[in-house]
Write a protein that binds this ligand. Structure first.
Ligand SMILES: [Zn+2]
Length: 57
């Protein structure tokens, strides 16, 4: 997903009534607006960007 889509997800996530901690069960590669991979992943639930190096652990 793109960076902007991630930002939209973050807004929606913060508006949820049940504020649970997201465990980021599913991630997608993040693309910038020019169509290049940023090297990070974005959670498809909460839109949080997670650097790839943290997933390698
Ligand atoms: Zn998440």
């Amino acid at each position: 997903m793109t960076i902007n889509q991630g930002v939209d997800l973050q807004v929606k996530w913060r508006q949820r009534a049940d504020r649970t901690v997201c465990k980021h069960p599913r991630m997608e590669l993040e693309w910038d607006e020019q169509g290049y991979l940023t090297g990070d992943y974005v959670c498809i639930l909460c839109g949080e960007s997670v650097a790839q190096r943290y997933l390698a652990v």
